[in-house]
Write a protein that binds this ligand. Structure first.
Ligand SMILES: [Zn+2]
Length: 183
């Protein structure tokens, strides 16, 4: 086991408090809370900022965040969660993302638009998208932060890949992202 740094949730109570805030403010399952708390190192460089950004560092089994932004935390924690669970599901996730890019139900429009960019790229920005790179890895984490852990924003054929990590909220529950004090 590597030594934990001074900005790790394993040694720093303020970082642990932010991690626990993410894992309880957003509808993580009990399994996911336990696993992400115990098995993953979680570092935040600057708790005073919410500017965003970060990495998942698989060799170190570590989520590293520049700041205490919920969106970045949700994104990088999703990378950590999917890293080994993806094995054998890569193609299925990409097929589901293609289906989402063509989804006609208006409830899912926002994530449909996100998926459309992943599949078709954004030519005006010179971006070919993720499908050409077979990048299920980034699709998974991108949709996780795109929906801010709220599975109501994606159709059931996408939800199923996230149901071990997130709980599906009731229709009338408020949006956790909208209730949050910042992004
Ligand atoms: Zn990512």
């Amino acid at each position: 086991m590597p030594a934990y740094s001074a900005i790790s949730a394993h040694t720093n109570p303020a970082v642990a408090a932010f991690r626990d805030d993410v894992l309880t403010r957003f509808p993580y399952t009990l399994d996911a809370r336990a696993w992400l708390s115990a098995e993953i190192d979680f570092e935040v460089a600057d708790l005073a900022s919410t500017r965003g950004g970060g990495y998942w560092i698989p060799e170190e089994n570590k989520v590293y965040l520049f700041t205490a932004q919920y969106e970045a935390a949700i994104h990088e924690l999703a990378h950590a969660w999917w890293h080994e669970r993806r094995i054998g599901q890569e193609e299925a996730l990409m097929e589901a993302t293609i289906a989402l890019s063509e989804e006609r139900d208006p409830r899912y429009r926002r994530l449909r638009d996100l998926a459309y960019g992943y599949i078709h790229g954004i030519p005006a920005q010179g971006w070919a998208g993720m499908l050409v790179e077979r990048n299920d890895w980034e699709m998974y984490a991108g949709m996780a932060s795109g929906m801010m852990a709220d599975l109501r924003l994606v159709p059931p054929y996408i939800r199923r890949f996230y149901l071990s990590m997130y709980t599906l909220l009731p229709d009338d529950a408020p949006s956790p992202a909208r209730m949050a004090p910042h992004e």
